[in-house]
Design a protein around this ligand. Structure first.
Ligand SMILES: [Zn+2]
Length: 312
């Protein structure tokens, strides 16, 4: 029984304690407009579900958040100890816990752009400011009736959040009671049809997989990857469209960085988000790696390399 995760899920969804996060009274000065640099790769071939949109959110605007002087972090060291799986906890349960925690952190940041202005009745991220779910020149699309559709960022984010919450509460994907047998889903059939190697966490051997002993389905790890990918896209939009307004203006850009560096550490350590997917944020990720805010242990094999090292 996934007892560890059960205890985590019981605490989930009772938050709402971020409602009274009033912005600091004296907002920081916006960064000077000179001396910026744009390192963002345009990534036209990122994936089929992505397309380039030249119009959204002034994609050629300066990317302050990629500059070291605008990337402070109010934490010492890094998030390795919060990220590494304790010896007595099964990896599947630990990943489920990490997913819930990452969603909690992201949700707190999304609430900042979802807060409705009492004067004009609009949220900061709305249909007018963000008609597409963009990250610089990149636009993420949503599958509608089998077709990739450009929907507004607030709609996209709303759908992602509902989808993630439904996944977290799905008793098949995140069981709190051990299930017998393998759940009949198309994704499982897919997984069974592909050749597997035990060393590849994304393709577990058909008789063994991450989370099996705790009752998680065979698709569990791939589902975790899917959830983290959508969470990454939300972060990419937060930075590219809303770093200046509101995060810099209300002096919360350091909190955004803290959440994001934690997210990147977990993503890299458990290989949950591909390097290609992360390209829109690569300059900042490179900066965090250089500063060892993303610990070296999270790179080059992460959890599996660490486990191998410990056993030899
Ligand atoms: Zn937006």
């Amino acid at each position: 029984m996934a007892t560890f995760f059960q205890s985590v899920r019981q605490g989930f969804g009772r938050g709402g304690n971020n409602k009274n996060n009033n912005p600091p009274k004296s907002p920081a000065q916006p960064p000077a407009s000179q001396g910026h640099q744009s390192n963002m790769s345009n990534s036209p071939s990122l994936s089929n579900s992505l397309s380039i949109d030249n119009l959204a959110n002034d994609p050629e605007g300066p990317k302050y958040f990629f500059q070291e002087k605008y990337a402070p972090l109010n934490v010492r060291g890094n998030f390795l100890t919060l990220c590494a799986c304790p010896k007595n906890v099964e990896l599947g349960e630990w990943l489920a816990h990490q997913i819930v925690e990452q969603y909690r952190l992201l949700h707190g940041m999304l609430q900042v752009i979802q807060e409705v202005n009492s004067v004009n009745g609009h949220s900061i991220c709305n249909e007018t400011t963000c008609p597409t779910m963009s990250a610089g020149r990149l636009t993420y699309t949503w599958l509608v009736d089998g077709r990739a559709a450009k929907i507004s960022a607030p709609k996209f984010i709303n759908r992602v959040e509902k989808w993630i919450v439904s996944k977290i509460h799905d008793p098949v994907m995140f069981p709190t009671e051990k299930v017998s047998g393998t759940p009949e889903t198309s994704a499982v059939k897919e997984a069974n049809g592909t050749p597997t190697t035990p060393s590849d966490p994304a393709n577990p051997a058909s008789d063994d997989w991450i989370g099996k002993t705790s009752g998680f389905p065979q698709t569990f790890y791939k589902d975790c990857q899917g959830i983290m990918k959508q969470m990454f896209r939300c972060y990419a939009h937060l930075y590219h469209a809303h770093w200046l307004n509101p995060f810099w203006h209300i002096n919360k850009h350091d909190v955004l960085n803290m959440c994001f560096v934690h997210f990147v550490t977990v993503s890299k350590y458990y290989q949950l988000v591909s390097d290609k997917e992360m390209e829109p944020m690569q300059p900042l990720i490179d900066l965090f790696i250089k500063q060892q805010r993303v610990p070296p242990e999270a790179l080059n094999g992460g959890h599996w390399a660490q486990a191998q090292q410990a056993s030899t």
